[in-house]
Design a protein around this ligand. Structure first.
Ligand code: GTP
Ligand code: MG
Length: 161
């Protein structure tokens, strides 16, 4: 069995917990995350630990991550809301707050634009290319944590471990 640890970081309300719950097959609709969460998830021959970080603002999220996890993660999933430009710019702030601490706390990172279903009904999708470059993300994905099947939601993770 292969082991992997990954974390989802983004400002409040972008859909981090929804994403994790849908992968785990939980049908609950999450409330605001107030405590750190670490979930064990099995997929194929992987045993994964998934880290859900509380906090509403960029710096708060970065500090909470560093407090709850003092090791590397294999993959950092930076998540924003494709209908909310400030949530994308906050990714650059979260990233620099992590880098300020001296050591890069992950091996790889990807950028995920969530709530694609909402962007489709609103008619505009905030694209993340520029921020992806700024934080050296390997790839960008657009998805709907709420609507996409778990078999699609896991792809960004598997492709980057
Ligand atoms: N339409 C739509 N709504 C979503 C999607 N993902 C999450 N939401 C909604 O966005 C709200 C916030 O989702 P959460 O998963 O709690 O967000 P979070 O990033 O964990 O938020 P905090 O715990 O406050 O940091 C909830 O009402 C979700 O139902 C999505 O893909 N599409
Ligand atoms: Mg949450």
């Amino acid at each position: 069995m292969k082991r992997a640890v990954w974390a989802v970081l983004g400002v409040g309300g972008v859909g981090k917990t929804t994403y994790i719950y849908r992968l785990l097959g939980l049908s609950l609709r999450p409330r605001v995350t107030l405590r750190p969460g670490i979930y064990r998830y099995y997929y194929g021959d992987y045993e994964m630990d998934v880290i859900d970080v509380p906090g509403q603002l960029a710096r708060e999220v970065a500090v909470n991550f560093s407090r709850m996890w003092s090791f590397y993660v294999d993959l950092m999933v930076y998540m924003y809301d494709v209908t909310d430009p400030p949530s994308l710019h906050a990714i650059a702030d979260i990233h620099s707050a992590l880098m300020d601490r001296g050591v890069k706390p992950f091996k790889r990172c990807i950028l995920v634009g969530n709530k694609r279903d909402l962007a489709e009904s609103v008619g505009t999708l905030v694209e993340g290319d520029e921020i992806a470059r700024a934080v050296n993300a390997d790839k960008i994905y657009y998805l709907s944590a709420l609507k996409d099947p778990p078999s699609d939601l896991i792809k960004p993770i598997i492709e980057n471990l």
